[in-house]
Design a protein around this ligand. Sequence first.
Ligand code: SF4
Ligand code: SF4
Length: 88
Amino acid sequence: MRNNACYSCGFCCTVRPCGWGKWDPVNKQCLFLTSSSKCSKYEEIVREDSDTQYPMFGSGCSSSLFNERREKKIKELYEKTKTASKDS
Ligand code: SF4
Ligand code: SF4
């Protein structure tokens, strides 16, 4: 089964910043990527992008192949879900 969902791993923001981003050459990632791999401009982007035909957020992952950060996020989510279902 193909899964192209975004898991907010932040990988794509370490390769090239989007149109709202800005490259940080020291940390080699977008300046707006937080330490927990979130976009600190998320609300602003969603607000400005909401009436476009192809909004940036919500259209899936563009970098799902060989993406270890994303794989790790998926595993963490799976383990969390497994633990939660055991506890209930
Ligand atoms: S602005 Fe947000 S989504 Fe765009 S590259 Fe930077 S951190 Fe990523
Ligand atoms: S690499 Fe994919 S899963 Fe990770 S933040 Fe970017 S779009 Fe989302």
